[in-house]
Design a protein. Structure first.
Length: 150
């Protein structure tokens, strides 16, 4: 399976890199999207190197209501030294540099919907709950997003 590697963004003290498989999920199901990547800290000894992997399934009922379900996982691949003894991290929100998190996997499951408010703009809403202990930053959360297509 061919993989492409791209640096997605550089924010503060972390570099987000993604590998993009030939979308196995999209071959399996037209409404499926998958994602695999790494959060690579610039200061490797302070923060955690994190692998993330996600799967989302959606179904276009109409332009105003596109329901979806998603699962997201984050696995800590090393120990940081910012917060010694901390066993969990902040999911995709913040990298605490947890000192006792090597090998810990956290996960969330979510449900929501999107609305296509313009041919190139979607607005989305999701509710996510933690499903693997130790929980990270929160046990549940609400997210709102906007997708712009070029």
């Amino acid at each position: 399976m061919p993989l492409t590697f791209q640096v997605v963004s550089f924010m503060g003290r972390e570099c987000y890199a993604k590998t993009r498989p030939d979308s196995t999920a999209q071959k399996w199901c037209a409404g499926c999207q998958d994602d695999v990547g790494l959060r690579i800290p610039v200061t490797n000894n302070e923060q955690n190197l994190t692998a993330h992997y996600s799967l989302m399934v959606d179904y276009d009922t109409c332009r105003w209501f596109i329901p979806f379900a998603t699962v997201n996982f984050w696995t800590q691949l090393n120990d940081g030294n910012n917060v010694p003894g901390l066993r969990s991290n902040g999911y995709d929100v913040i990298n605490f540099g947890a000192g006792n998190a090597n090998g810990v996997t956290q996960g969330m499951v979510g449900f929501g919907f999107r609305s296509r408010v313009h041919d190139k703009v979607d607005l989305g809403f999701a509710y996510e709950i933690a499903m693997i202990r130790p929980y990270g930053l929160t046990n549940n959360r609400v997210t709102v997003d906007m997708c712009i297509r070029f």
